[in-house]
Design a protein around this ligand. Structure first.
Ligand code: ADP
Length: 733
């Protein structure tokens, strides 16, 4: 025993939101009390960083420790379930623990106390001197401070100077009160009535409500044809969750672009209160408000994109993943994860119900349902008079378009009939811009982005050439940058802008609009297009994927898929998911037609009428198609029958990338039931100037592939200019 034993003290392991694999130990001052999950600031080098207390233990420590600097008293605790979720999801996705925590801390200023603002309100009694300006102010000032009007806002509304307001406050004619600027969300009302449900919908709603009442982990596939009322059905489950637990929180995940004004209004009408929204377009102020309100348990219904899964829910009872098959649930940068799968994990940890809703469920989810791991609820019919659209094929070999055109005579006829009938049409072509490729007529050069291998797309509305991968942009040059020939550059192939040109030429006077991420950049533009469609101000909408999903346009009765095969043709190499994705997209886009009382039809233009995805669509036989796909995955031992991971190794030049990739492969641990393929050029072989190689690692289901890949990564030493990214559920393979 030492003569001067160091007195015992407490040690907090603090996890920091940065690429670190574990929490760091800090010493606590004697008078500092912290709890698990508390936000604290600690020194890191010369900086002071905010992190979360991950564990607590008694000192002394073997090595000298720095002290925790302060405790963020005003921030909510990060609950145990969320810390467990961070631990498990980091392990599963092979993401550094700190990076996963960073997902939970995506509102920069949310941890600080809420700033306050002075709100003004009308007081009883008039001022002794009543000028017209003062009168104007008093006529519009609210009766209570709850209305939340600041002095500046009131001055603006009344059209008077700040001095007038100041004078009224001094004269005691206006009162002031301080409030936190984060306005609380209104409590949703579970007792408002929705539609009278059909028998089939009611049975589905009953099953969901029963799962919610069980208060245990229940994964459910809500499998209903487009327009069958899946939203109405899961609304019942939300109402039930609120009914049985006053403090219940519910998360509805939507693909990012699906969060529209129309969706917002649907929630508001059904629950009498606006939902909290979490998405990438939100302002810092709004993010802060939502994060705080979720953490305080006051935001009860949250509608958001995939990262909403990492909000600090205190009592998350129900998660809905709408359009669960959608590719946008997969995050490819930073923390690489599949939002749908992490939703199931989150529900499991929190003993909650998770509902995966889709008309075209992913193969993984269907397999889980077939094997009994997920409850399977089906909705086979559209309610009322709405019926599923008729699907017709336009075989482009037999029914070719005119030269330099893209619409077959069959589709042109149908468009004409629809125009005559005063009904709306949607042409779907998943290519932004005017032409997907720009070629020089002189030398044959195809224009590429400088730091990727991808072709530049011509955007005629803006006169730019754009790389859709990185956002690189340049003005379209007059001369070919390769051979210098003048006026020799020409766009090849159709994009939505070019299709719009063709349609306007064919149908003069028709109201044609393009709907793509270029014309719907802001929420205002997006809502504008949807509004004009709803109001019947558009006859023919020409849209990319953004138009294919979720929208409900009652007068839309014709959908034309202009290039149905585009998803099947290479580009991504031999992607096993290509058929599945094509089928899903075409079903979704066809499903936009005939959603109300007028019947709809979809015309599918294809050069491959015999491909299984097209045949299945025609026969309306999804299950046959999915079983076929499942069989081929099973034969290869691919997900969901085996596990798959991708490792992308990138370096500044091609040689270094090859060397690093071979070194990586040579260091592979030898484990039974694991196959390694590659290295091969990654599907995106060059990105932002970095050369990329990919390995695919397949294993049997009983192998813990995450652990295998993590331990492999740890034993390889590579030069610091080489980057390795791990993806445990690659979206394309
Ligand atoms: P899904 O989510 O399956 O595509 P929605 O829930 O959006 O379907 O429903 C499609 C349309 O049908 C919506 O306009 C919805 O309001 C309407 N609808 C759904 N169920 C009913 C019902 N029982 N009675 C009347 N209208 C309904």
């Amino acid at each position: 025993m030492s003569l001067f034993p160091e007195p015992d003290y407490q040690i907090a392991s603090v996890l920091l939101p940065m690429p670190l694999p574990e929490a760091f130990d800090y010493r606590l001052h004697e008078d500092m009390k912290v709890e698990l999950g508390q936000f604290v600031t600690v020194p890191l080098g010369a900086r002071s960083v905010t992190g979360v207390v991950w564990s607590l233990k008694d000192g002394p420590s073997k090595r000298p420790l720095k002290y925790v600097e302060s405790v963020l008293e005003s921030a909510p605790l990060l609950p145990q379930v969320i810390r467990d979720f961070v631990d498990r999801s980091a392990k599963y996705t092979c993401t550094p623990l700190g990076n996963m925590l960073a997902m939970c801390m995506r509102s920069r200023d949310a941890l600080l106390p809420s700033p306050v603002e002075n709100y003004v309100f009308k007081k009883q009694g008039a001022p002794s001197r009543l000028t017209p300006a003062r009168q104007k102010v008093l006529s519009i000032a609210p009766d209570t401070a709850q209305a939340g009007i600041t002095a500046a806002e009131l001055a603006r509304q009344a059209g008077v100077s700040a001095g007038v307001i100041k004078g009224l406050i001094e004269a005691d004619a206006l009162g002031q009160e301080e409030f936190p600027i984060d306005k609380p969300f209104r409590k949703p009302n579970s007792e408002l009535k929705g539609f009278d449900l059909t028998d089939e919908q009611q049975a589905g709603a009953d099953a969901l409500c029963e799962a919610v009442r069980s208060q245990t982990f229940k994964p459910i596939l809500l499998d209903g044809v487009t327009g069958s009322g899946k939203t109405e059905v899961y609304f019942e489950a939300i109402a039930e969750a609120l009914r049985i637990d006053q403090t219940a929180q519910i998360l509805v995940l939507l693909p990012e672009i699906a969060l529209t004004q129309a969706v917002r209004e649907r929630f508001e009408n059904r629950f009498g209160a606006a939902p909290a929204e979490w998405h990438s377009n939100a302002t810092q102020k709004e993010r802060r408000r939502v994060w705080r309100e979720v953490g305080a348990g006051r935001a009860q219904i949250v509608v958001g994109a995939r990262s909403a899964l990492f909000l600090p829910f205190q009592n998350l009872r129900l998660i809905i993943v709408d359009e669960e098959h959608d590719g946008s649930y997969k995050q490819d940068e930073g923390a690489v994860y599949q939002g749908r799968d992490l939703s199931v994990m989150r529900a499991h940890i929190g003993a909650a119900t998770v509902v995966l809703a889709s008309a075209t469920p992913s193969l993984e989810t269907l397999a889980n349902a077939y094997q009994g791991r997920y409850q399977h609820i089906k909705l086979l019919a559209r309610p009322g008079a709405a019926v599923l659209p008729d699907i017709l094929l336009a075989d482009m070999k037999q029914n070719p378009p005119a030269k330099d055109c893209w619409l077959s005579p069959l589709l042109i006829d149908a468009l004409e009939q629809n125009l005559d009938a005063g009904e709306q049409s949607l042409l779907y072509l998943n290519r932004r811009g005017y032409a997907p490729l720009v070629i020089c007529k002189g030398c044959g050069e195809r224009l590429k982005a400088p730091d990727t291998e991808s072709w530049l797309t011509e955007h005629r509305y803006t006169g730019m050439l754009v790389c859709h991968l990185t956002g690189f942009m340049m003005k379209k040059p007059v001369n070919c940058p390769h051979c210098g020939a003048a006026d020799s550059l020409m766009g090849v192939g159709p994009g939505v802008e070019r299709l719009a040109e063709e349609v306007r030429g064919l149908f003069q006077g028709a109201r044609v609009e393009v709907f793509s991420s270029d014309t719907a950049k802001s929420p205002e533009e997006l809502n504008g297009i949807i509004h004009r469609m709803e109001q019947g101000q558009v006859d023919i909408l020409i849209g990319t994927q953004i138009a294919a999903k979720g929208h409900n346009f009652p007068n839309l009765t014709l959908v034309g898929a202009v290039d149905a095969d585009s998803g099947l043709k290479g580009g991504q190499g031999s992607d096993l998911r290509a058929g599945e994705r094509t089928f899903q997209l075409l079903s979704q886009v066809s499903g936009r037609a005939g959603r109300a009382d007028k019947p709809g039809r979809a015309i599918i233009q294809t050069y491959a009428p015999d491909s299984p995805s097209i045949q299945a669509l025609l026969a309306n036989d999804r299950d046959w198609f999915m079983e076929l796909e499942m069989k081929s995955r099973e034969d290869l031992g691919f997900p969901p029958f085996g596990r798959l991971a991708a490792v992308v190794i990138s370096a500044e030049n091609s040689l270094a990338a090859d060397d690093a990739a071979s070194a990586f492969v040579q260091g592979a641990p030898n484990v039974d039931g694991v196959d390694i393929w590659g290295p091969a050029p990654a599907p995106i072989a060059v990105l932002r100037g970095r050369h990329r190689r990919r390995l695919l690692i397949r294993s049997n289901r009983n192998v813990d592939l995450s652990a295998y890949v993590s331990s492999w990564r740890e034993r390889i030493k590579l030069s610091s200019s080489v980057r390795v990214s791990l993806d445990i559920e690659p979206y394309s393979f």
